[in-house]
Design a protein around this ligand. Structure first.
Ligand code: F0G
Length: 456
């Protein structure tokens, strides 16, 4: 197995609660892991966003962060890195990805238009709809077979995209947004061939093509591993080619920026840039900081170099694949093949005694916390299903999954073994696990604030 190209310099203690304390904590949290306190969690796999460890070089850079209101040195360091990486002539900083989405979609999309994607991430979907447009997902058919080992299950369905663009709704398509890697569908990568074809279709129909590039480096690594033409390319070269194909991007830099906060918009079009910049200044901050502190910009400038290091990416990819093997050996299926930033457990298959309306993914997630203090997120009917006014499930999600997101440079192999052992314990006697019912839900983005209760 490739060794991580770093050693640990600063550590943070992790809590170990008793099973009784965890049961009490989950009850008080309304059985929603988002309501748990971090000091109740032993291994936190809720998100890979903003949860990574920074390097000594990043912290050294942060110490010389320039906090000037306008034109700070730190801004120019950040700008040089992002412009060199992406090649876009206009870069706007934002405090995180969804702020970039709000500004870009609010400026680019008109009410009634359609934004098409391989799969919109949840906040991305919400921001498209808040702009009055429709978010439409066209994942490739291979993505729907969770067990298949097809290398690029993150791709968009090109036939469906071509039909949409040429058909009666084609006029309404205001944007094609490719999410790399496809976080909503199993952390699967998008091939360069798919991006090239999307680029050609968008050119043909005069539709803007953007990347949601939160995991641009991890996508590049998987392209290098799985798409023969790109063997031997550096991750940076592959990422650059992806950016070259698009008219612009939104990036949450909380992932492959290797920092706890940050994001950016990259643009080619001068007029779109001027309009986004006006919105940015009114809502996020001046266009040389965009809601970020100088020390954040410094950490990001260094992080964006470190993240494309092949030694780092190969060790991270191998660690995730290894965890998938341990989990599969424990008798729990995961979406295949393993991606990099997260593993997706097939809860529907592990808990066939629970119907989608009893939220098997949520049950499995809760059990991981109750048994091992492991926090993760449901990606099933609780997150994606449609409900009636009494919170009863009307349309289930296509799959009942649980996402184990892997923070960058944080957990060691022993931590992963512990997670797999906890799952093995659950897989030995899955029938003891009961379902859940919804007690109350918020108007949008249900999973963040929903409260539940266990079924008897
Ligand atoms: N796009 C993708 C593909 C994402 O995964 C995320 C965030 C965003 C946009 C929004 O970025 O959080 O900086 O505002 N994903 C996190 C996750 C939250 O856990 O997957 P943000």
């Amino acid at each position: 197995m490739p060794l991580p190209p770093y050693r640990i310099k600063v550590v943070e203690p992790i809590p170990f609660l008793s099973p009784e304390e965890r049961a009490g904590a989950l009850h008080l949290a309304g059985y929603n892991p988002f309501n748990l306190r971090a000091d109740q969690i032993t291994i936190d796999l809720l998100s890979d966003s903003g949860t990574g460890a920074t390097s000594a070089a990043q912290e050294a850079a942060a110490a010389v962060g320039d906090e000037s209101y306008a034109g700070a040195r730190s801004w120019f360091r950040f700008l040089d890195e992002v412009a060199d990486l992406t090649g876009y002539p206009h870069i706007l900083p934002v405090h995180q990805g969804r702020a970039g989405e709000r500004i870009l979609f609010g400026t680019l999309l008109r009410p009634g238009q359609i934004c098409v994607s391989n799969t919109h991430f949840d906040t991305t979907h919400a921001n498209v709809e808040l702009a009055g447009a429709e978010a439409r997902d066209l994942p490739c058919p291979e993505a729907l077979d969770l067990d298949s080992h097809e290398p690029f299950k993150g791709n968009i369905d090109l036939t469906a995209l071509a039909e949409l663009l040429a058909g009666p709704d084609g006029e309404r398509v205001g944007l094609v947004l490719m999410t790399i890697t496809n976080n909503g569908l199993g952390a699967q990568p998008v091939s360069m061939a798919n991006l090239q074809a999307v680029h050609a279709l968008c050119r043909q129909h005069g539709v803007p093509f953007f990347l949601d590039a939160a995991r641009f480096a991890e996508n590049a690594w998987l392209v290098r591993e799985r798409e023969p033409e790109y063997h031997g390319w550096t991750p940076r070269e592959i990422a650059r080619q992806a950016f070259d194909l698009a008219d612009g991007c939104v990036i949450s830099l909380k992932k492959d920026g290797l920092a706890s906060i940050g994001g950016c918009i990259g643009l080619r079009d001068d007029d779109l840039h001027a309009r986004c910049e006006a919105n940015l200044i009114a809502t996020e901050g001046f266009s040389t900081y965009g809601g970020l502190a100088g020390h954040d910009l410094e950490r990001l400038a260094v992080g964006l170099r470190e993240v494309v290091d092949p030694a780092y990416l190969s060790a991270r990819a191998a660690a995730t694949t290894h965890l998938a093997q341990l989990i599969n050996e424990a008798g729990v299926d995961t979406v295949q093949p393993a991606g990099i930033h997260a593993l997706y457990l097939n809860a529907g298959r592990l808990l066939p005694h629970l119907s989608p309306a009893e939220f098997p993914g949520h049950s499995l997630g809760c059990q991981l916390f109750l048994d091992g203090g492991v926090r993760c997120a449901e990606l099933g009917s609780l997150y994606l299903g449609t409900m009636d006014e009494q919170h009863r499930l009307v349309t289930p999600a296509p799959f009942e999954l649980v996402r184990l997101a892997i923070p960058r440079r944080v957990y060691s192999q022993e931590h992963f073994e512990y997670v797999a052992e906890t799952l093995a314990g659950i897989a030995k006697d899955p029938e003891r696990i009961t379902g859940y019912r919804i007690v109350s839900t918020p108007p949008i983005l249900r999973h963040f604030k929903v409260r539940l209760a266990p079924l008897p």
